[in-house]
Design a protein around this ligand. Structure first.
Ligand SMILES: NC(=O)c1ccc[n+]([C@@H]2O[C@H](COP(=O)([O-])OP(=O)(O)OC[C@H]3O[C@@H](n4cnc5c(N)ncnc54)[C@H](OP(=O)(O)O)[C@@H]3O)[C@@H](O)[C@H]2O)c1
Length: 275
């Protein structure tokens, strides 16, 4: 069991949603935080709300230099990094063939390259530090349930989340001999700014009242993440029903296709109705 009090945690995408709530939860348990995102004002406001004692770093994870600067700043401030939460990310609604090369490149730069660049730099720091409560460090990647099944209108996004899962699976074995744990997190639809941000980036509507009602509260996701920081595990799933459904999909993709066909029909109807 790792003590969260005094633990140094770097969180990308801390200005909103899952990252912001995780910062609040970890602060309540006495962690020392490095909060990163592009909107520095939101980070400053969060830090102020938490008493002002945390490090704020304005960083765009799609830029490798920003990832390196974030990790160096955290090490300089705290002397070590116990957990990196590679959480910064977004999606946009478009069919695969309607996604432009620029959209595809930018989302991979943020969700995938940004995760790798932050993880590479953080592992460099972790390798040089002594173990604390049995571990030198932990890399936690916020992937998605979509890592295991491509979603219609979110095919490119799903591909970035599958890439994050592949990376964590490989890193977990590559780093276990060095006492660095690697965890992937797989939320399902969660009540954050994610869907509003996504809709603003595309022309397809994705939010109906019914679809909103399926979302999980953000605290449910962050509580599970806090537990997996204290006691690192391989994967964090916040919906066991989804997890079982994805196992069925892996064995019988035709069943997964039937569920996804229904989702596509709902989104088509939402866009046809103009609501
Ligand atoms: N909400 C869901 O239903 C859901 C489900 C599964 C997985 N997830 C994953 O959970 C993670 C967090 O999403 P969320 O739901 O909390 O959405 P959110 O409320 O929109 O928050 C996204 C965060 O990522 C940051 N971000 C985006 N692009 C960035 C960039 N280039 N550089 C640095 N920070 C960046 C945003 O900060 P700035 O805009 O200030 O940079 C913001 O803090 C994402 O990786 C998402 O894929 C979400």
């Amino acid at each position: 069991m790792r003590r969260i009090a005094e633990m140094v945690v770097v969180i990308t995408g801390a200005s909103a949603g899952i990252g912001r709530q995780l910062a609040i939860d970890l602060h309540a348990r006495g962690a020392r935080l490095a909060l990163a995102a592009r909107r520095a004002q939101k980070l400053d406001a969060l830090n102020h709300e938490l008493g002002g004692g945390h490090l704020v770093v304005e960083a765009d994870v799609s830029r490798p230099a920003d990832c390196a600067r974030l990790i160096s700043a955290a090490r300089e401030r705290y002397g070590r990094i116990d957990t990196l939460i590679a959480n910064a990310g977004y999606g946009f609604p478009a069919t695969v063939c309607e996604s432009t090369p620029q959209q595809v490149e930018q989302i991979f730069r943020t969700n995938v390259f940004g995760s790798i660049d932050c993880a590479r730099a953080a592992v460099g720091v972790m390798r040089g530090q002594s173990a604390r409560d049995g571990l030198r460090g932990q890399i936690m990647m916020v992937s998605s349930g979509a890592a295991r099944r491509g979603l219609p209108f979110f095919g490119v996004y799903s591909a970035t989340k599958a890439a994050q899962l592949s990376l964590t699976e490989a890193m977990r074995i590559e780093l276990e001999g060095e006492a660095i744990a690697v965890t992937s997190v797989h939320p399902i639809g969660t009540e954050t700014d994610f869907f509003t941000v996504a809709e603003a980036l595309g022309v397809t509507k994705i939010q109906s009242n019914m679809r909103r009602s399926w979302r999980q509260p953000v605290g449910r996701v962050t509580r599970a993440m806090v537990r997996a920081i204290a006691r690192p595990r391989r994967e964090v799933w916040t919906s066991q029903t989804t997890r079982v459904g994805l196992a069925v999909n892996a064995l019988f993709p035709s069943i997964g296709d039937a569920v996804m066909r229904k989702q596509k029909r709902e989104i088509d109807a939402l866009n046809a109705s103009g609501n």
